[in-house]
Design a protein around this ligand. Sequence first.
Ligand SMILES: Cc1cc2nc3c(=O)[nH]c(=O)nc-3n(C[C@H](O)[C@H](O)[C@H](O)COP(=O)(O)OP(=O)(O)OC[C@H]3O[C@@H](n4cnc5c(N)ncnc54)[C@H](O)[C@@H]3O)c2cc1C
Length: 359
Amino acid sequence: MKIIIIGGGVAGLAIGWRLAEAGQEVTVLERSQPGGGATGASAGMLAVTAELQDASLEEMEFARYSNVLWPSFAEKLEAVSGRKINYAAKGALLLADDAAALSRLSRQAGPGRVLLEPPQVRALVPLVAADGIAGGLWSASEAQIDNRSLGPALAVALQKAGGRILANEAAVRLERERDGRVIGVQTPFGRHAADAVILAAGAWSGLLDKAGEPVSPVKGQMILLAPPAGETVPGPVIWGGGIYAVSRAEGLAIGATMEDAGFDTTVTPQAREMLLRSAEKLMPALGRWTLIEHWAGLRPRAPDGLPMLGPTRSEGLWLAGGQYRNGILFAPAVAETVADQILGRASPIAAFDPRRFGT
Ligand SMILES: Cc1cc2nc3c(=O)[nH]c(=O)nc-3n(C[C@H](O)[C@H](O)[C@H](O)COP(=O)(O)OP(=O)(O)OC[C@H]3O[C@@H](n4cnc5c(N)ncnc54)[C@H](O)[C@@H]3O)c2cc1C
């Protein structure tokens, strides 16, 4: 089968890799460079505790399934691509600033997740402020990956499996038969005929077609702080005071804003100040760290906040979108479910069926 994938983010590349491995003729159209969208801008957390506090049962199950797939997905990706993506289960610490917040966190305690008293929190992460916290929830096996290496690694794996990536080539129009069936994609350089087209253009997925899949952008800004000489970067992801802090080779990445700003990805001094002040309140020593980077990305969100994975109302057109705040975590499961649906080996998951929204 000839398959065109629009978008070389984690979703398009992971699906393409799986389909190419299954012997399909895969071409990814990426208007810029692989992994340069939300995938590269993200924090790289596989945040099965903090991000899923209010999730539906279907989303929770999907996330947990994907989280279980991640170690072998990462191992295989590194082996095939020869590139490191640094999967590391360094744990996640969720902080509560008062008794009510601690009681909410206690509902997630269980196997692998323990409640901590403030002294235990500080023993784990000495940078956390001595006062102002009522305790925390420690999720010891939670993992993170190097999301900036993920896109390039997937691109190599996909190509080694026989797939093609056309970088700097944007899809500008879907080609349709008179009955609406999608039969290819037009770019500024030519047309690409396809038996199936997968729209995996992240936050931009709603722009391509006049039928317009209902995916919208939610802007997120992050900053990166480098430690002074001799100061160590805490390993676990730390959540509290409206932010999270994730360790990177260069320091701590602090995120993220949630903004309704259309497709604008400029960074703002207001967001930078908010992230800096919140981080300092949580970990006062960060006041001495150096700001070395500030960036923004766009999360792809469906109207109900759930993924959109599977066939659309247009025959020949498939969607891998709406992963919102968890597109890195969801990646192995997204690849599996969308590829297997296209190969006729699986049915759409009802809660994530793109056709759940009106025409
Ligand atoms: C600040 C921030 C922090 C985040 N942190 C996390 C996290 O810690 N953990 C997690 O699981 N998720 C996180 N996310 C969410 C996650 O990044 C996204 O859900 C995920 O990257 C979406 O992947 P995608 O492949 O669908 O989209 P993208 O990575 O955005 O890829 C879409 C690609 O499509 C391309 N494209 C667009 N239009 C066209 C076109 N017409 N033709 C060709 N190519 C096109 C773009 O250039 C882009 O490369 C975060 C997001 C942000 C913004």
